[in-house]
Design a protein around this ligand. Structure first.
Ligand code: ZN
Length: 179
């Protein structure tokens, strides 16, 4: 098992390589790695740096869904728990988007505590990226639509970490105020 610092560092490097060249859809097409860094950092802050596997899984949470990374590879390189956290945060991309969204709401309460924290951090980052200072009508619709769905997912993830719950609520408030 890697030391905590190495675990997080190796995860950040693998994430940077695997998501290389990818951009986020929102906020000026910033590099995708910014999203992963934000999610990992939220998890580190929420747990006061006490859970390196959770932070590593934060860096890697989209790796199986969006890149050619496999669960086996993550289990081998990191740990069984990192691999299982990332797998829990991976949507079945063969399903249409409305069905994937529906399943996230239904499945959220069944997830492990760690996976629920990753889901909340992910939604905080994704809502934040959709907040614009002078939004177009399309950006307002997208923000309202995404935030409404994220609230349903997070309703099933709450109660594990009050700082993360509050940060999510603050982000939703900022989003609604920006409209
Ligand atoms: Zn994500």
């Amino acid at each position: 098992m890697l030391s905590p610092v190495r675990l997080v560092s190796e995860a950040a490097e693998l994430a940077a390589r695997r998501h290389n060249g990818m951009a986020r859809k929102s906020r000026g097409n910033e590099p995708y790695i910014n999203h992963l860094a934000e999610v990992a950092n939220l998890l580190a802050a929420a747990t006061e740096g006490a859970d390196a596997e959770l932070v590593a899984a934060g860096w890697l949470h989209d790796a199986i869904e969006d890149t050619d990374t496999t669960r086996e590879e993550l289990a081998h390189k990191f740990s069984e728990r990192v691999a299982s956290l990332v797998t829990e945060c991976t949507d079945d991309m063969s399903l249409p988007k409305p069905e994937r969204r529906r399943r996230q709401v239904i499945d959220a309460p069944k997830k492990s505590a760690g996976a629920r924290l990753i889901k909340i951090a992910d939604k905080i980052s994704n809502i934040g990226a959709r907040i614009h200072s002078d939004p177009t009508a399309e950006e307002c619709d997208d923000l309202m639509d995404y935030t409404g769905w994220a609230e349903q997912v997070v309703a099933g993830c709450r109660g594990e970490n009050s700082w993360l719950d509050t940060t999510f609520d603050d982000t939703v408030l900022t989003a609604r105020t920006s409209l």
